[in-house]
Design a protein around this ligand. Structure first.
Ligand code: PLP
Length: 396
């Protein structure tokens, strides 16, 4: 037998716990409230545009960094919404989802030994992204809310201490997965001041920009003074148009970085699916009412899931944006989040994500589970029914 082994890099991170929970859920036939993909249809106009593109034989490689039409639409949308001028030819790279846009950006800007500042809890991809790009992560804690009106918050002094001469970039995600935190303008000003002071980059994942509640406003850090020239903004069709399987996302970068990002992207994937890029143009031109209804429908789902979870004994951290609820599971008396998540999927038939997968040190998240609510009413009703079994079993 040949001696086969994965690389040192590949041994430093585990398989995605989120995707593992989805597979376990399929095995046990549960209700999947783990991986964040909608179980309802994408907008018809967007689907029709994809079908029309395939019928019109848009079947071959698109321009590596994205079709002109989609890059123009991305630049125009960002400028219209946020007042930041974007030159499509010099700043936009279309990738295979925000996932690849983040990976391509990090591989393009990071040298081994560079540090990146990451807020914790974090979207689980950022850990492996750092390892694969050679970055050393410096984590800054988002402290959990204490009290009914409180929100997840960072200590500005702790953030300031995380910056040093080795820092290359800060990775930001607002609205945030998993906490649902929407960074305020003041908080972004604090982050921006550090980026300016140290002459560093912000890499900002804004994939939930339209999924936002309670009068919160999405502020892209690129729109803060002095930040357009030092921010890579990452976004995607996945969440806004309910097409997570299409794999079309993008990076908007300062012109001096775009060439490096495009080169890495080219050799990673060549390009995103050509007909789906055509559909992306249709997506970015849906009427404004679509976004209002999207946010409102998610607000209703959020309220429903929070009510269900609280009724079944969970303590919820109510999100101000994105489509996840972090919960505190201490009252259930399980020894860990992973044990409880496995029990939930196998015995109760509901999949959620163990909180530890969002922390560098598992201990940070062992009292938490994350549920998603990008699901139709019937799915949430079924989860409700199954969770009733949980409280009955625990009470026995
Ligand atoms: C914060 C965040 N970024 C990126 C992604 C993945 O985006 P995409 O489907 O565009 O690769 C997700 C998916 O859950 C996410 O939560």
């Amino acid at each position: 037998m040949p001696k086969l082994a994965g690389s040192k890099k590949a041994t430093q991170f585990t398989e995605s716990v989120i995707r593992e929970m989805t597979r376990l859920n399929q095995q046990y036939g549960g209700v999947n409230l783990s991986q964040g993909f909608p179980d309802f249809p994408a907008p018809s106009a967007v689907k029709e545009a994809a079908c029309a593109a395939i019928r019109a034989d848009v079947n071959q490689y698109a321009v590596t960094w994205g079709t002109r039409g989609l890059r123009d639409a991305i630049a125009a949308d960002f400028e219209k919404r946020h007042g930041v001028h974007v030159v499509p030819d010099e700043q936009v790279t279309v990738c295979c989802g925000a996932t690849e846009a983040m990976m391509a950006t990090m591989m393009a800007v990071i040298d081994p030994g560079d540090e990146v500042v990451i807020f914790e809890p974090f979207y689980e991809n950022y850990g492996p992204d750092a390892i694969l790009s050679g970055a050393t992560p410096r984590y800054v804690t988002l402290k959990e809310p204490r009290g009914p009106r409180a929100v997840w918050a960072f200590d500005p002094d702790e953030l300031a201490e995380a910056f040093n001469e080795r820092t290359k970039a800060i990775i930001l995600n607002t609205p945030n997965n998993p906490t649902g935190k929407v960074f305020t303008r003041d908080e972004l000003e604090t982050i921006a001041a550090l980026c300016r002071k140290w002459d560093r980059l912000a890499i900002s994942d804004e994939i939930y920009e339209h999924i936002i509640y309670d009068g919160n406003a999405h502020v892209p850090i690129a729109s803060i003074e002095g930040m357009a020239d030092r921010t890579v903004t990452i976004n995607s069709l996945s969440k806004t148009y309910s097409v997570t399987g299409w794999r079309v996302g993008w990076a908007i970068s300062p012109p001096p970085l775009t060439g490096a990002i495009r080169k890495v992207h080219d050799f990673l994937t060549v390009g995103a699916a050509a007909p789906l890029q055509e559909a992306g143009i249709a997506a970015l031109s849906v009427p404004e009412a679509y976004y209002k209804e999207l946010a409102e429908s998610y607000r209703r789902r959020r309220d429903r899931l929070v009510e269900i979870l609280e009724r079944h004994g969970f303590t919820c951290y109510e999100p101000g944006g994105a489509y996840y609820v972090m919960t505190d599971i201490r009252t259930f008396g399980f020894s860990s989040d992973v044990e409880f998540a496995r029990y939930l999927v196998k015995e109760i038939g509901v999949a959620a994500v163990p909180g530890s997968s969002f922390y560098r040190d598992a201990a940070g998240g062992t009292t938490k589970l994350r549920f998603c609510f990008c699901k139709c009413d019937e799915t949430l009703a079924e989860a409700d029914k199954r969770l009733a079994k949980l409280t009955q079993t625990i009470r026995m």
